[in-house]
Design a protein. Structure first.
Length: 300
C-alpha cells in the first residue's frame, strides 16, 4: 500500500479535536476498526492526507493497518487548503482564532488561484490587476465573505492575521499554538502587526522579539506604531530625556525571559530588574554582542 503523507502546510489548517472527541473516536476505532476511508490527494504518486489525520494517528498508535483511502480530485496545494477548510466548516469546537486563521489561509489560497492562467494564457478572472494584493477590493473577498457571513474587510484582516501566525510559528511554535487555542495573551491586532515587524526589524531582532513572547511583542508593536504615527518609522523611539543621561546606553540581557533591554546608568545595580518579566537574573551584553546557544537565540 502506498504510504500516506502528511504535508506540513496542510497540517496547519487541520482543526484539532477536543480531548473528549479524540477519546470517543479512539474507543470506536479500537472496537469496530476504522470504518470511514481517509480522504487523500494523489500528488504524483504520493497520497497526501486531506482528512482523517486523527483516525490515522489512532490506527498507527494501536498497531492497526492503515485505513482505506478515497482520492479527491485536487490539482495543487492551494486547492487542497481550500478543500480542507471548507470540509471542516461547521466544527463547533474550533476557537475564533482558529476560524480566523483558516479564513485567512483560504483567502490567500483563493487569491493565488485567481492568478493562474488557463490553457490560452488568459487569467481565470476578467480583471487580473492586483491578483495577489491581499488589501485590494476584489470578487474573491466578496464571495468568501458572503459564504462565511463576514465583511470583506474582515476576510482581508484574517489573511494578515494568518500571515502573522505563520511568522510567529516559524520562530516560536508554542506561542502560535497558544494563540490559536485562545491561551496566549496576544490579541488579533498585535498578531497582524507582526507582519509589519517582519518588514521593519532586522531578522535577528525579529527572532528575539517573537521568542521573548507576548509581552515583548506588544511592547515592540506599540513602539513601532508610535514611530509610524510620528512619521519616523525608520528611527527608534526617542528615550524620555528625564530618565536618560548623557552617557551611551548599556544593553542588558534577562536570563529569565530571554529578552534584551537598555539602561542609561553607567553600570547596572543589584536592583536592576527586567522591564518585561520583572526578573533580576540580568547579564551585561558585551560590545559587538551576538546571540549564543546558551541564550536560546538564533544566529543570522
Amino acid at each position: 500500500m502506498t504510504k500516506i503523507v502528511i504535508d506540513k502546510e496542510l497540517e496547519k489548517v487541520w482543526l484539532p479535536p477536543t480531548e473528549e472527541e479524540f477519546e470517543t473516536l479512539k474507543t470506536q476505532i479500537l472496537r469496530d476498526g476504522c470504518l470511514d476511508p481517509l480522504k487523500v490527494w494523489d500528488r504524483d504518486g504520493e497520497l497526501i492526507l486531506l482528512d482523517g489525520h486523527n483516525r490515522l494517528k489512532i490506527c498507527k498508535e494501536a498497531g492497526l493497518p492503515d485505513p482505506d483511502t478515497t482520492t479527491i480530485d485536487i490539482k495543487n496545494l492551494d486547492e487542497a487548503i481550500i478543500w480542507i477548510i471548507d470540509n471542516q466548516r461547521g466544527r463547533r469546537n474550533a476557537t475564533k482564532e482558529q476560524l480566523d486563521y483558516n479564513s485567512g489561509r483560504r483567502y490567500q489560497s483563493a487569491k493565488r488561484l485567481e492568478a493562474i492562467r488557463d490553457d490560452e494564457g488568459k487569467f481565470d478572472t476578467s480583471d487580473p490587476r492586483g491578483q495577489n494584493d491581499l488589501a485590494a477590493t476584489n470578487a474573491t473577498a466578496k464571495k468568501q465573505a458572503a459564504s462565511e457571513g463576514l465583511g470583506e474587510k474582515t476576510v482581508r484582516r484574517n489573511a494578515k492575521f494568518a500571515a502573522g501566525i505563520d511568522t510567529i510559528r516559524e520562530h516560536n511554535p508554542e506561542l502560535a499554538t497558544g494563540i490559536l487555542s485562545s491561551k496566549a495573551s496576544l490579541n488579533k491586532s498585535d498578531v497582524e502587526e507582526v507582519v509589519n515587524l517582519a518588514q521593519e526589524l532586522p531578522p535577528r531582532r525579529l527572532v528575539e522579539v517573537i521568542q521573548a513572547g507576548p509581552a515583548a511583542i506588544k511592547e515592540v508593536v506599540k513602539e513601532r506604531k508610535e514611530s509610524r504615527s510620528s512619521g519616523s518609522a525608520s528611527k527608534p523611539k526617542p528615550k524620555d530625556p528625564s530618565k536618560a543621561v548623557l552617557n551611551a546606553p548599556m544593553e542588558l540581557w534577562c536570563d529569565d525571559c530571554k529578552w534584551g533591554f537598555d539602561v542609561y546608568t553607567p553600570t547596572p545595580t543589584d536592583e536592576t530588574i527586567c522591564p518585561y518579566c520583572g526578573g533580576s537574573n540580568i547579564d551585561k551584553r558585551e560590545e559587538n554582542w551576538t546571540p549564543t546557544e546558551d541564550k536560546n537565540d538564533i544566529q543570522e
